[in-house]
Design a protein around this ligand. Structure first.
Ligand code: TYD
Ligand code: MG
Length: 457
């Protein structure tokens, strides 16, 4: 092979050098210089959503905006996370821990599309064709139009895409694919970037949707850094605990839709099944009547879910008090404890606090504040809140309860699941009529919410 020209680029600051160095002279970081092949044809690396020949500026009013037809899968949960189905020509990255079920999910999707008569090419860089076949047998998949290719050389993959002309392609996984022109090992930054940009070109120029699998490193980001996330059209994370059967598909980037959607699946003996009513699942193992547990009506994208928030407050034995949070922003915990201390007079400074969102869900909105505060107070006072109460509201620094978005949907979900009472911000009572099968109580302050849910002290 002819020697290719290459340079070394710092992944942190972009400093370029002709030779490799251990330490970047510009930003002084170690081991950040990565080899890059110098390309004679930089246009090859440019990818655009539209490859049409005319490159003249157009008036925005003259550009047609008719909706792109989307390919819908038989999984409404997946369609929703994607923003209504698969967009032709899109490049989608699915990240997740090894063994979480990425290959299973994509094989199921592939077979559903193949059953519709669309040729599908499944590139398996990690497993042999036989291994993929065994998985397919387990999932009872035998679609005529589903092609499997164990291949890691990208040029060969692209050849096969040209000859089979599939309508859907899966690359499992990006860390095993390589380009011969790039000298570094598969999975390295340069390989991942070069392969992705080539796949992007293929997807855009042929209008084929390509899904690529990316493994997640221990730190939780997709190996072959953020850069990969910037390049693709959509990034979905497939999450869950190895010991639980629930899997959550979450959109973290989407050029064709909203990013805060979540799809919930359950890993069964015969593959992944969708969960239509997540609230029921999350509340299944709820500890009724125990101190430190509160149910919150949270929004996951456009869908309300009811989730249990648990708190354990216990005296610190030595040293600094611990504040730990699983499934929610850990910075909110000391803040809410300070509000409870100052505004309600709970002496929490010598207490350890452990907070947890049950069921392995991650909640990321201020509307869960009040439920967290009530759980903390409930555990601290060792007083259970009522099992059929649901709480929602943001807590301000003066202990005031602030308005939250989409109150109607949250209240409706609570009513649907048979809860008797919902505590909401007073300001959220305006402008709508609450359903009559649930009692809706408005509160202005944390003190008020505590005396309603836990009773006077
Ligand atoms: P897999 O899709 O191989 O994970 P990934 O591609 O993300 O590494 O899923 C592997 C796990 O899923 C494995 O522990 C077995 C389990 N599994 C089932 O429980 N049921 C099934 O039908 C299949 C195919 C896998
Ligand atoms: Mg796999």
């Amino acid at each position: 092979m002819a020697k290719k020209k290459s340079k070394f680029v710092c992944q942190e600051c972009g400093y370029e050098s002709a030779k490799w160095m251990g330490k970047c002279p510009a930003c002084h970081q170690w081991n950040t210089l990565v080899e890059e092949v110098v390309s004679k044809d930089p246009a090859r690396h440019v990818f655009q959503a539209d490859n049409s020949a005319s490159k003249k500026p157009e008036k925005i009013t003259a550009i047609h905006s008719e909706k792109e037809p989307r390919i819908t899968t038989k999984m409404p949960e997946l369609n929703r996370v994607l923003g209504g189905g698969i967009v032709p020509g899109s490049l989608v990255l699915i990240g997740g821990d090894p063994g979480i079920g990425k290959s299973t999910l994509l094989l199921q999707v592939s077979s559903q599309l193949a059953d519709k008569g669309m040729p599908v090419l499944y590139i398996s860089g990690e497993e042999s064709a036989r291994q993929t076949k065994l998985r397919a047998d387990r999932l009872s998949i035998n679609s005529e139009e589903l092609y499997v290719l164990p291949e890691t050389n990208l040029a060969e993959v692209v050849n096969q895409i040209e000859s089979i002309d599939p309508k859907f392609v899966v690359i499992d996984s990006i860390q095993t694919i390589y380009r011969e022109e790039v000298t570094s090992a598969p999975g390295s930054v340069s390989q991942v970037r070069e392969c992705t940009s080539e796949l992007m070109r293929v997807a855009k120029s042929k209008g084929i949707p390509i899904f690529i699998v990316g493994h997640v490193t221990k730190e939780g980001s997709i190996a072959g850094p953020r850069l990969l996330e910037h390049m693709v059209d959509a990034v979905l994370y497939f999450e869950g605990e190895q010991h639980h059967t629930f899997r959550i598909l979450r959109g973290v980037k989407n050029r064709f839709g909203s990013t805060n959607e979540m799809g919930i699946f359950e890993m069964k003996e015969k593959g992944l099944e969708e969960v239509d009513n997540p609230s029921e699942i999350f509340l299944e193992e709820r500890s009724q009547g125990a101190a430190g547990s509160t149910i919150v009506a949270s929004m996951e994208g456009t869908r309300p879910v009811l989730v249990e928030i648990q708190a354990l407050i216990s005296p610190t034995t030595f040293g600094n008090p611990r504040r730990m949070a699983t499934g929610l922003d850990h910075n909110r915990v000391p803040l809410l404890m300070a509000v409870l201390e100052k505004r309600v007079g709970l002496l929490l400074q010598n207490q350890d606090a452990y907070l947890k969102v049950a069921g392995g869900v991650k909640l990321d909105e201020p509307a869960i504040d009040l439920a967290v505060a009530i759980s903390i107070a409930s555990s601290f006072r060792n007083q259970a809140s009522k099992a059929d109460d649901v709480v929602v509201g943001e807590v301000g620094l003066t202990g005031e309860i602030r308005r939250v978005a989409r109150i109607e949907q949250r209240v409706q979900e609570a009513a649907k699941l048979g809860f008797k009472r919902v505590i909401i911000p007073q300001k959220n009572l305006e402008g709508w009529t609450p359903p009559d099968n649930i009692e809706v109580v408005g509160v202005n302050t944390v003190q008020e919410a505590l005396s309603i849910t836990l009773g006077e002290r």
